[in-house]
Ligand binder design. Structure first.
Ligand SMILES: *[C@@H]1O[C@H](CO)[C@@H](O)[C@H](O)[C@H]1NC(C)=O
Ligand SMILES: *[C@@H]1O[C@H](CO)[C@@H](O)[C@H](O)[C@H]1NC(C)=O
Ligand SMILES: *[C@@H]1O[C@H](CO)[C@@H](O)[C@H](O)[C@H]1NC(C)=O
Ligand SMILES: *[C@@H]1O[C@H](CO)[C@@H](O)[C@H](O)[C@H]1NC(C)=O
Ligand SMILES: *[C@@H]1O[C@H](CO)[C@@H](O)[C@H](O)[C@H]1NC(C)=O
Ligand SMILES: *[C@@H]1O[C@H](CO)[C@@H](O)[C@H](O)[C@H]1NC(C)=O
Ligand SMILES: *[C@@H]1O[C@H](CO)[C@@H](O)[C@H](O)[C@H]1NC(C)=O
Ligand SMILES: *[C@@H]1O[C@H](CO)[C@@H](O)[C@H](O)[C@H]1NC(C)=O
Length: 461
C-alpha cells in the first residue's frame, strides 16, 4: 500500500511537473508558406521569425534549408508529408521509412521537429480515394518515426472547418457524413491512442465574409464587446466567433465518442488586403485579429474555450509572408505578417508580452464599416439589364437618381446604373429579406462607388 501511495504521489508530481514545462507552456507559432517568387532566403526568414518572437513554425513540406536554419535556435518546427505521397505511403512501409529516413533523420534532434503532419486539408478537395488512405499513411509514418527512435514527434493531419457539416450552434457540431465513419473515426482513434492533437485550420474571416450582416465584425475579430451568444444545447456563453468554431469541433469529436482529444489551432489569421471589392480585408482588421489571437492564446493561465475552460490550445498564425503565387482570390495572397521585403505589415509581437493597448494606433480604414451592393465585373449584360428592371420595380423610388436628369444618370453605363439599383434595392429591403445576390450578378463591396454628387446608398456593418 505504502509503496503504491508513494508511487502514485510521484507520478502526480511528475505529471504536474511536465504540465508546467515544455509542451505546456504557450508558444505562438507562424506558418511559413513559401508560395512567393520574391521571398527572403530561409536563413534570413528565420531571423525575421525570431524578431517576431515566434517559437514555432509550420512549413508545408520539408525544405532542408529551413530545417538547417533553425538548428541552434529554440524554434520548434512542424513539417509535412505532401498530399501526393499519401496513397503510395499508405501501402508501403519501406517508402514511409525511406521518407522519414531522408527528410527527418538527418536533422533530428538538432532541428526541433515536433509535429509531422500528413497532408494538408486533404478532406477539403473533391471526393477522392486519397481520403481513405490518410489514416493508413499516418500509421505507417508513425511506425517509421518510432523505428528510428524519434521520440518527441507527434503525427497529425490538419483539416479545415469544412470537415463539419454543422458547426452551429457549437453543441450541434457534426462531422460530414461522407467522411465520418471511414476517415474521421479511425483518425480520432489514432489521435487518441497516440496522444496527438486534432489539428484544425479555423478562420473567422470566412464565415464573417459570407454573412457580414448576420455576424458582428467585432465578434469575428475577437474584440471583447457586450455581444454574446448562448448555445441553447449547453447554456455555454460565447463572446467571440473563434471559440464557437473550436467548440463545434470539440462537440463533433465528442459525438463520435472522443471527448478528450486536444485541439491544435494549426492555422488562423485574417487578410490584410485583397481584390478591390473584398470586404473586411484590410491592415486594420488583420492587426486587430492577430493581436487578439496572440493575447488569447498566450494568456497564462490559458483561457481555453467555453467547452474546455483553462486548456492550452497551441496556435499558429497564417502566415509569415504575403505570398504572391498563392492561387485563388486576392485575399489569399494577403495573409502575411510581413511583406516579402521583410518589413512588418503592422506591428505585432508574438511573445504575448506587448499588450494590445501598447501598439501604435492604426488608422481605421475609410469605408471599413459600410457596404454597397454592386454589379459583378463579369456579369452578363442581358441578365444585368433584367435584374435592374426588377430591382427598380421594388421599394420606394429605388431608381430615381438613375433616371434622365437624376444625379446618378451620367455616365449612362449599365454597370454603374445596376450598381446603384442594387445598392438602393438592398438597403431599403434588406430587413424584409432582400439579399445582395441577384443570381450572382451582384457582389458586396466596402469600396464606395459614389462619385461627384452621385451618392450610392449603403448598409452599415
Ligand atoms: C486527390 O487528393 C489528393 C490530395 O489532396 C490530390 O493530391 C490529388 O490530386 C487528388 N486527385 C484527384 C483525382 O482529384
Ligand atoms: C515501396 O517503396 C520502395 C521505396 O520507394 C520501392 O522501392 C518499392 O518498389 C515500393 N514497393 C511497392 C510494392 O510499390
Ligand atoms: C444541426 O446539425 C444538423 C446536421 O448535422 C443540421 O441538419 C441541423 O440544421 C443543425 N441544427 C441547427 C439548429 O442548426
Ligand atoms: C452594447 O453596447 C453598445 C454600445 O457600447 C450599446 O449601444 C448596446 O445597447 C449594448 N447592447 C446590449 C445588449 O447591452
Ligand atoms: C439552460 O438554462 C435554462 C434556464 O436556466 C434551463 O431551463 C435549461 O435546462 C438549461 N439547459 C441546459 C442544456 O443546461
Ligand atoms: C516593403 O514593402 C512594402 C509593400 O510593398 C512597402 O510599403 C515598404 O515601403 C517596403 N519597405 C522597405 C523597407 O522597402
Ligand atoms: C445572358 O443572360 C440571358 C438572359 O438571362 C441569357 O438568355 C443568355 O443565355 C446569357 N448569356 C450567356 C453568355 O450566358
Ligand atoms: C417614399 O419615400 C418618401 C421620401 O423619400 C416618403 O415621403 C414616402 O412616405 C415613402 N413612401 C412609402 C410608401 O414608403
Amino acid at each position: 500500500m505504502g509503496f503504491f501511495a508513494i508511487f502514485l504521489l510521484l507520478s502526480i508530481l511528475f505529471v504536474s511537473a511536465s504540465f508546467s514545462s515544455g509542451e505546456m507552456q504557450p508558444k505562438m507559432g507562424v506558418c511559413y508558406g513559401e508560395l512567393g517568387n520574391n521571398l527572403p532566403i530561409p536563413s534570413k526568414s528565420i531571423q525575421l521569425i525570431q524578431k517576431l518572437n515566434a517559437k514555432r513554425i509550420k512549413i508545408y513540406g520539408t525544405n532542408p534549408k529551413i530545417l538547417k536554419a533553425i538548428q541552434h535556435t529554440d524554434i520548434q518546427i512542424s513539417i509535412m508529408v505532401p498530399n501526393q505521397l499519401i496513397p503510395a505511403i499508405s501501402t508501403n512501409q519501406t517508402l514511409a521509412d525511406h521518407w522519414v529516413h531522408s527528410n527527418v533523420v538527418p536533422f533530428y534532434p538538432k532541428s526541433k521537429i515536433r509535429y509531422l503532419l500528413v497532408g494538408n486539408e486533404i478532406l477539403s478537395n473533391q471526393p477522392n480515394s486519397t481520403w481513405f488512405k490518410l489514416v493508413p499513411a499516418m500509421r505507417k509514418i508513425r511506425y517509421s518515426v518510432k523505428k528510428f527512435g524519434l521520440k518527441k514527434i507527434k503525427i497529425g493531419t490538419p483539416l479545415a472547418m469544412d470537415v463539419l457539416e454543422s458547426s452551429f450552434p457549437p453543441s450541434n457540431g457534426t462531422f460530414r457524413s461522407d467522411v465520418r465513419e471511414k476517415v474521421i473515426l479511425p483518425l480520432l482513434r489514432f489521435l487518441d491512442r497516440t496522444k496527438s492533437f486534432f489539428f484544425v485550420d479555423a478562420y473567422t474571416y470566412f464565415p464573417w465574409v459570407s454573412q457580414p450582416l448576420q455576424i458582428n465584425l467585432d465578434y469575428a475579430l475577437l474584440q471583447l464587446t457586450n455581444i454574446t451568444y448562448t448555445d441553447p444545447g449547453t447554456n455555454l456563453t460565447y463572446n467571440n466567433l473563434l471559440d464557437q468554431m473550436l467548440d463545434s469541433v470539440v462537440f463533433a469529436m465528442k459525438r463520435l465518442g472522443y471527448p478528450n482529444i486536444r485541439l491544435f489551432l494549426a492555422e488562423t489569421g485574417w487578410p490584410n488586403g485583397g481584390d478591390l471589392d473584398q470586404i473586411g480585408a484590410n491592415v486594420y482588421n488583420a492587426a486587430t485579429y492577430n493581436r487578439n489571437v496572440v493575447k488569447k492564446f498566450m494568456a497564462k493561465p490559458p483561457t481555453g474555450t467555453p467547452a474546455r475552460p483553462g486548456t492550452l490550445i497551441p496556435t499558429m498564425i497564417f502566415a509569415l509572408y504575403n505570398e504572391n503565387q498563392k492561387p485563388g482570390q486576392g485575399t489569399e495572397r494577403h495573409f502575411g505578417l510581413l511583406y516579402p521585403n521583410g518589413s512588418h505589415v503592422y506591428p505585432i509581437d508574438l511573445s504575448g508580452k506587448t499588450s494590445v493597448s501598447e501598439y501604435p494606433v492604426l488608422p481605421e480604414p475609410k469605408s471599413n464599416r459600410k457596404l454597397w451592393c454592386v454589379a459583378a465585373d463579369s456579369a452578363n449584360k442581358t441578365a444585368l439589364a433584367e435584374a435592374v428592371s426588377y430591382a427598380c420595380s421594388q421599394g420606394n423610388r429605388t431608381c430615381d437618381p438613375i433616371q434622365p436628369g437624376g444625379k446618378c444618370y451620367k455616365p449612362n453605363s449599365l454597370s454603374k446604373h445596376a450598381s446603384y439599383a442594387f445598392s438602393s434595392y438592398w438597403t431599403q429591403l434588406r430587413t424584409a429579406g432582400a439579399t445582395c445576390f441577384f443570381n450572382g450578378l451582384a457582389v458586396m463591396t466596402s469600396k464606395d462607388p459614389s462619385y461627384g454628387s452621385c451618392k450610392y446608398p449603403s448598409v452599415n456593418l
